[in-house]
Design a protein around this ligand. Structure first.
Ligand code: MG
Length: 144
């Protein structure tokens, strides 16, 4: 798998966290875009291709759950991983229900994070294949 092409959007209101995660992941072949608000994340997925979003739960403005739902609606096939320091079982269940790929607790081991992001990327690739298959089937049906 060519990891050079993984476009990762990190959404977190802690600037220090954004800087450190961008540093750690950029040297591991992720192309990282960092934003500090859910609203900016929605603008970002509309402006450029994103494979995976890593989203904090508690932020000023729209929260992580709302951001997750809006990102999934804005870009078909996108996968979202929630990374939070304030997670509860309830929020984990809710995030999974509305389509989060995974729910991780801060502080998270870098290896666990990388493993989760790589699996989320594989899932995203599968989503795109399925979307394309559905489109092709739709085109063939329309021609019959
Ligand atoms: Mg936060």
């Amino acid at each position: 798998m060519d990891k050079m092409n993984i476009n990762l959007l990190v959404v977190d209101d802690e600037e220090e966290f954004l800087v450190s995660i961008t540093k750690s992941l950029s040297v591991r072949n992720f192309k990282v875009t960092g934003v500090n608000r859910g609203e900016k994340a929605i603008e970002a997925v509309k402006a450029h291709a994103v494979d995976i979003a890593l989203v904090d739960l508690k932020m000023p403005g729209i929260n992580g759950e709302e951001t997750l739902a809006a990102l999934k609606a804005a870009q078909e096939g996108l996968e979202v991983v929630i990374l939070t320091g304030h997670g509860t079982i309830d929020s984990a269940i809710e995030c999974t229900r509305i389509g989060a790929f995974a729910f991780l607790q801060k502080p998270c081991e870098l290896n666990e994070l990388l493993d989760t992001l790589n699996r989320a990327y594989e899932k995203k690739q599968k989503n795109i294949e399925e979307i394309n298959e559905r489109r092709i089937k739709g085109i063939l049906k329309a021609k019959v």
